[in-house]
Design a protein around this ligand. Structure first.
Ligand code: PLP
Length: 384
């Protein structure tokens, strides 16, 4: 079976985890800050806060930005549910901005129109969470210009996009946002098994997120309300959670970071091979904006909705682990129960009827790619 995505674990990765496993610290040791420093440096961000998942990262990012009851957070309908759930965890409401037909990311024009409307009704968002679908950055210059005009915060959900670039700089540098979130789930670009991380250039936000990931507890006397009672002393100064990443995970992450460039380079080669071999297939292939260099977490093809199911089933039967990313969040029963209506997002629904994620991962061979292409072309021919 050729999966749609899979991790790449080397001897060095295994050695790194074993050496941490036999060290003094399985958690709250030196590996977490070392991993954070490596990601911050790679991205060109001032601060990095590692946590146990991107879901947790999104949650503490919302909390640190003060998202709460009475607030509203906007995101893309074409994303994993976690991009929207984080606002609900904070007691805020969620709304969605339809996607662009070509990039499949949140459409800045539709965002602008929705903001104009929201201003009239007094329901402007506290925060907007653009999602870099498949590893392609959203049009962040346009979105951040709107943030300045309408006064909302930006959390980039870059779960797919570590190693990607926007405007000739790494995604994660927070040049156009308050916080950027990465995921290190095994299907993503690099892995810590489970794991996530927030980057920010704002020292106060970083400090707030460091507290939130560990119960709101600090051992830093500068953050305490009075001098420590003694060397044992810590203070809880806010209501946090236990969202810490372990040192085992961070050791794996640090080791994986040394191959990030290599992973993304291979993913780009695979995407270029698909682009070339499928260019005359009649399928809608991924379209990149000028400023974006994708990390290619996913390669999505859009197939005529009349034959999408047949092609999907045919590929699965040919031992190709295709998938669909994503089911529009407002169409999920839970979101429907909150009053959401997916038909308000026609471009997202249109995309959902056509999308198939085909395999792309760093250890995928050219023979694997060619086999996938041959099977797609065969199924298109058979279902003409
Ligand atoms: C994977 C993913 C998440 C959640 O990541 P976890 O690390 O599994 O919590 C959030 N948003 C998007 C867009 C994702 O793809």
């Amino acid at each position: 079976m050729i999966p749609y995505g899979r991790q790449d674990i080397s001897k060095d990765d295994i050695d790194a985890v074993i050496s941490t496993l036999t060290s003094d610290y399985l958690t709250q040791g030196p590996a977490v800050p070392a991993f954070e420093a490596a990601v911050a440096e790679y991205c060109g961000a001032r601060h990095a806060v590692a946590v146990n998942s991107a879901t947790s990262a999104l949650h503490i990012a919302c909390m640190a930005l003060g998202v709460g009851p009475g607030d509203i957070v906007w995101t893309s309908p074409i994303t994993f549910v976690a991009s929207a759930n984080c606002a609900l965890y904070c007691g805020a409401d969620v709304d969605f901005v339809d996607i662009d037909e070509h990039t499949w990311n949140m459409c800045p024009e539709k965002l602008g129109k929705k903001l104009e409307q929201a201003k009239l009704t007094g329901r402007l968002p506290k925060a907007v969470i653009p999602v870099h679908l498949c590893g392609q950055s959203c049009d962040m210059a346009a979105i951040s210009a709107l943030a300045r005009e309408y006064g909302f915060k930006i959390i980039e959900d870059a779960s797919h996009a570590i190693g990607a670039e926007y405007a000739s700089a790494p995604v994660g540098n927070c040049a156009h946002s308050d916080i950027v979130v990465f995921s290190f789930h095994p299907v993503k670009i690099i892995t810590t098994a489970e794991g996530g991380l927030c980057t920010t250039n704002d020292a106060a936000l970083a400090q707030s997120m460091q507290l939130l990931r560990s119960h709101g507890i600090t051992r830093d006397s500068n953050l305490m309300t009075h001098q420590p009672d003694g060397p044992w002393y810590y203070q809880q100064v806010s209501l946090g959670l236990n969202y810490r990443m372990t040192d085992l995970q961070a050791a794996l992450g640090l080791s994986q970071m040394s191959r990030l460039r290599q992973f993304v380079m291979r993913r780009r080669e695979i995407a270029a091979r698909y682009d070339h071999k499928l260019r005359n297939s009649g399928l809608q292939l991924p379209t990149l904006i000028d400023q974006a260099v994708s990390s290619w977490h996913l390669y999505v093809i859009r197939v005529n909705p009349d034959i999408r199911l047949k092609v999907f089933e045919g590929l699965r039967k040919a031992d190709i682990g295709v998938n669909v990313h994503y089911i529009p969040v407002p169409s999920q029963p839970y979101y429907r129960s909150l009053g959401h209506d997916a038909s308000l997002y026609p471009s997202a629904m249109n995309y959902y009827e056509q999308a198939i994620s085909i395999p792309v991962y760093a250890s995928m061979t050219n023979e694997n790619v060619d086999y996938v292409v041959d099977q797609i072309l065969r199924l298109l021919e058979e279902n003409r």
